[in-house]
Design a protein around this ligand. Sequence first.
Ligand code: TXD
Length: 306
Amino acid sequence: MDHKVTVVGAGHVGATTAQRIAEAELADVAMIDIMGDMAQGKALDMMESAPVLGFDAKIEGGSDYDLSAGSDICVVTAGLPRKPGMSRDDLLAKNQAITQEVVGELIKRSPDTILILVTNPLDAMCEVARRVSELPRERVFGMAGVLDSARMRCFVAAELGVSVKDVTAFVLGGHGDSMVPLARYTTVAGVPLPELLDDETIEAINNRTRKGGGEIVGLLKTGSAYYAPSAAAFDMVSSILRDKKQILPCSVYLQGEYGLDKVYAGVPAKLGRKGIEQVMEFELEDDERNALHTSAADVKELFEKL
Ligand code: TXD
């Protein structure tokens, strides 16, 4: 393949992301995990599916970071997931140490890479990666908004009985309980949601979206969501490698946009071959802007604990 993507953490989200990338022949994939044989085993298993599915992307796995050399994109999923009753923020200390180590190793071998963080608490892990890698913000950002928006789109489509393809949604802010689903920018075939559903139903959808990750954790009991998260990471990788310039909500290091500075938060961004090519600034009403600022303040609080 023309491109190479490394996925660190060959667990639920990492392995599924690797599988989606290889099956779409988007890039060759290296999977790295501290449990090296496991990553090697999953890579071999995926390679053995290639003749049946008919893809020619190569997948390698192991614990040696040399496998990652020369990657166009590195997706970091290494770390602990939530268990029932845990918040994303409970993972901070352990996942900070893991992210520091992982990013340090990656950047030595792929200095020109784009880093997409997935590990929770997401916005804080983006900051850890930015500090360790010293990359410009265009090349170090996080996946959360595509997932949170996909959850909202799924709930809206079910409520109205329409195709998910007709529903766009934007969930902004930090990837935590104070994330900000934006009903006005959620549309069904171009029609804003408030024209189609009453306030109470919209609030119920917003709430379910905010708690969407916890809902899955509660059902799975031993881990957190991975089908939708890996689809979301795949979408970002695809927009970058194919230079599609999709407008996707990403956790971006803000430098004045939306009145926020030196903090990671989910905002709409244009994703192309250079990474974040533009931060899109939508008009926000006062209550939306306040909710975004509250969410960003929660992220800043975590930064102080780093
Ligand atoms: O929206 C989002 N950003 C998220 C984030 C959506 C879903 C999951 N989200 C977070 O991703 C979740 O809270 C976790 O922090 C990560 C990974 O979740 P996953 O469900 O994939 O966890 P697993 O299955 O436990 O996989 C983690 C793997 C596992 O195989 C470990 O052995 C490995 O990470 N790991 C490491 N690999 C390399 N190096 C080190 N140090 C390391 N430590 C653990």
